[in-house]
Write a new protein. Structure first.
Length: 528
């Protein structure tokens, strides 16, 4: 748990730090001897340092150091843990929640963090036109539509402040995963007075609520130091180098100028050779091929199951992605609490004979197997995947045609209702089973773009959202996952792996499924 307490000594310390340079040699790129206790990180240049606008992994990484939310995630297990909130409790129906803030928590401008700051931060994300990627995760809060859609008010009616250290949240529907939702770095708590300040802009020089503050910045680097009163940590500083792209950062790592960076896709095999399995971490990103169930071609589940049995996922992932992905063996990815080791089981195993038998049942003699369109966004990798699927289908007697789209067009086409067998990527917004099941498979919700509908699945998902007991909740979601896979509205293909490299002088750095890490746990020795 991160603890931040600020007294008179802490104020004096910040005043001293603000007027000095922590390590002049360290901020010269390529110094012969990197200073001990300074972690050198390379990320692609962020568009914004505002946590509410964080999208790219580098932006999330910086947000995680500069800001704390009500909750956080254990980097190893992704289980929810306290952060600014020391505890929380919910009503029996999981619709009313109280979060109690940690005593003594402050912003980097020394002001105490209160429940009003939490409400302001959530209202700001939900506000119509905010463009925050996190806004959709608040739609269950009472009054969300009036704020986000209608724009009638800037205040979420369901977020109130009964005490300076208590935030009360009311939902329109049960949501047992709310603490997990609020642990995402985009929900970092911000001070209104700093956001509203004209100079410097908050997206450029934010005042945070987390364990590090920006002591200084250049065009190509952020120099972060521990916040006053932060718990004892081994790091003196984190230097975040802002690179033009991931390839430049990786080259700087190879040259000994960085201690940690992510790996660009075309260098993954090289990184795996250098660091083995330590370079790879399961990422909350998945690749499916989905069926447009509104198209009568796919009305028979036996046809969908035949297609799944025809596809050689092992070969596709090995050839197209190499070590940057693993075969996805269910709907809930590896690393998420409650994930089953092989939920899809025989349904997804390549079995040409089973595929042909299913086709014979679905299309008896005299009934032709329909030709299907394989829709994908056209780049080299996705074309290779689509071609492999086409070849697999042809082997069992399913005719198909490739229908590539430009990336910009594909984003619209995939929700147009005209897609057939189509590439579907998904990144969970929070690390629970709910984030991978309810948005994609609950009847009638916005992200259910396959058009899947099932009364038993709907009921089981609602049971999971209303269940306060973790073990029972996990059981409900695992049941829902199997019910969905029995109908095969999508074909699980791959789970992506987040690839990063660390220098030998770094210890205690654990990359989470979001591609970020908690620098308070990191140690850095001297030398290379």
């Amino acid at each position: 748990m991160r603890v931040r307490r600020l007294g008179a000594a802490g104020v004096a310390l910040v005043a001293l730090l603000a007027g000095c340079t922590d390590h002049p040699a360290a901020i010269r790129r390529g110094a012969d001897e990197p200073p001990p206790g300074v972690l050198r990180v390379g990320i692609e240049r962020p568009q914004s340092l505002d946590p509410a606008q964080a999208r790219a992994p580098g932006e999330l990484l910086v947000a995680d150091q500069l800001f704390d939310g009500l909750t956080a995630y254990d980097p190893e297990t992704l289980a929810v843990r306290p952060s600014l909130a020391v505890r929380w409790q919910a009503s029996a129906d999981q619709r009313k929640w109280d979060f109690t803030l940690r005593a003594g928590a402050t912003f980097a401008n020394f002001r105490t963090i209160t429940s009003a700051d939490v409400k302001y931060s959530l209202d700001r994300i939900a506000k119509k036109g905010s463009s925050s990627p996190a806004a959709a995760q608040l739609e269950g809060i009472t009054g969300f539509r009036a704020v986000n859609v209608d724009g009638k008010t800037d205040s979420l009616a369901g977020v109130t402040t009964p005490a300076p250290d208590v935030v009360h949240i009311e939902l329109d529907q049960p949501m047992s995963s709310l603490p997990a939702v609020l642990g995402h770095p985009t929900f970092g708590i911000v001070p209104k007075e700093s956001v509203a300040a004209d100079t410097p802009g908050f997206a450029v020089q934010p005042v945070g609520s987390g364990p590090f503050v920006i002591q200084s910045r250049r065009d190509d680097m952020l120099h972060l130091v521990p916040s006053p009163g932060a718990p004892g940590m081994a790091l003196r500083a984190v230097d975040v180098y802002l690179e033009n792209d991931a390839a430049m950062a990786y080259d700087d790592y190879l040259a000994g100028k960085l201690d940690w960076t992510s790996v660009p896709p075309d260098r993954v095999e090289q990184a795996a050779d250098r660091q083995g399995s330590s370079a790879s971490r399961p990422y909350l990103g998945e690749l499916f091929y989905g069926f447009n169930l509104k198209n009568p071609k796919f009305a028979d589940a036996r046809f969908r199951l035949a297609i799944a049995a025809a596809i050689d996922r092992e070969a596709i992932v090995r050839v197209a992605y190499g070590p940057s992905a693993k075969v996805l063996r269910g709907l809930i990815p590896e690393g998420v609490p409650g994930a089953q080791a092989d939920a899809c089981a025989e349904r997804c195993n390549r079995d040409v004979n089973r595929s042909r038998a299913l086709l014979a049942d679905a299309f008896p003699a005299g009934k032709a197997v329909p030709e299907i369109q394989i829709d994908f966004d056209d780049d080299g990798t996705q074309r290779a995947v689509a071609q492999a699927i086409q070849a697999n289908l042809a082997e069992v007697g399913i005719p198909s045609a490739l229908r590539p789209h430009t990336y910009a067009d594909y984003l619209r086409f995939a929700v147009s209702g005209q897609q057939e067998l189509f590439r579907l990527g998904w990144i969970g917004a929070y690390p629970t089973a709910d984030a991978f099941l309810t948005p994609l498979f609950q009847s009638g919700v916005r992200d259910n773009i396959t058009g899947f509908t099932s009364a038993p699945v709907d009921t089981t998902l609602k049971i999971g959202r209303a269940e306060p007991d973790e073990a029972k909740r996990t059981g409900a979601y695992q049941t829902a996952e199997k019910l969905v896979l029995d109908q095969m509205p999508i074909v699980p293909v791959a789970q992506f792996q987040f690839q990063s490299v660390s220098s030998p002088r770094v210890s205690g750095l654990v990359v989470s499924g979001l591609g970020t890490f908690d620098a308070t746990t990191v140690k850095v020795s001297g030398g290379r």
